[in-house]
Ligand binder design. Structure first.
Ligand code: ZN
Length: 270
């Protein structure tokens, strides 16, 4: 197993427990960051330094985090920080900021990125896997990024349950095509990695939406699109489930192959 730097994971005490317990912890910490961030807000903005301090004061353990601004096609981002030896040593959040100020309508995006940051701290196994995939240059596969960005991070259009199923079938075929010819170990790692991406997006958008609704009720300016069920539009939950099923299929096929190997070995015995 690849080791994970303590600066990017919570201690065992914090990260133990079921996924459900960790997701509850995630929600509690997210709300605390939001409350602390808004404590010094006025009607229009908060200071970037107060957002950073809110995160720092919420964390029960000290972790490495860099916060920078972003302008462009993405609303925000969370990334790993690497050292010269290509090891993950921290995390970076990119948030919409103007000089040293974050507008209140951008606070939900800032909270969305905090969810990813905390979710990573709570799930060190996923960081260990990302380290392994990075070292094996699996992310360098030219088809990896398009699969993730154009197929899985795709806002889907559907009206009926039937159409939803068809979309999932289509996405499933795209993932299976990508996996073709890879080793079982690589296939499982890729599936688990993509599945975490879908799960963490689902959590980020759901937590963000809860915060947006609170802000709306409190009379703050919010973007109308942020009030929508965006996790649902991207079908993140359904895609995570679809990936899980692909993984189960791979494992059951592998078991059958292995059982067949044993059977043949026994038959070949004199
Ligand atoms: Zn996200």
């Amino acid at each position: 197993m690849y080791s994970v730097n303590p600066a990017v994971k919570f201690s065992y005490e914090m990260a133990k427990g079921s996924q459900k317990q960790r997701d509850l912890g995630l929600r509690i910490l997210t709300d605390e960051v939001f409350n602390r961030s808004m404590a010094s807000a006025n009607e229009e903005y908060i200071y970037l330094k107060d957002y950073k301090k809110a995160i720092k004061d919420t964390l029960p353990e000290k972790k490495r985090l860099m916060v920078t601004g972003i302008r462009g096609v993405y609303e925000g981002a969370r990334k790993f920080l690497y050292n010269k030896a290509d090891e993950i040593v921290g995390q970076m959040l990119q948030v919409p900021k103007y000089s040293e100020i974050i507008r209140v309508e951008d606070v939900p995006t800032c909270i969305h990125e905090v969810v990813h940051f905390l979710d990573t701290l709570l799930n060190p196994k996923t960081t260990a896997r990302a380290t392994k995939m990075y070292k094996k240059k699996m992310y360098d596969d030219k088809k990896f990024k398009p699969l993730l960005e154009n197929s899985l991070y795709h806002k889907e259009v559907f009206d009926t349950v039937q159409e939803k199923q068809e979309i999932i079938e289509h996405r499933k075929k795209q993932v299976e095509k990508f996996l073709e010819g890879k080793s079982v170990e690589d296939k499982i790692d890729i599936i688990q990695d993509l599945r975490f991406d879908m799960q963490t997006e689902y959590k980020a958008f759901s937590n963000e939406r809860r915060i947006v609704n609170r802000m709306y009720d409190l009379g703050y300016e919010v973007y109308p699109q942020d009030l929508k069920n965006r996790a649902g539009e991207y079908m993140f939950k359904e895609k995570a489930e679809m990936l899980k099923n692909i993984g189960l299929d791979i494992i059951s096929k592998e078991r059958k192959n292995y059982a067949e190997c044993i059977r043949q070995a026994k038959n070949n015995q004199p």
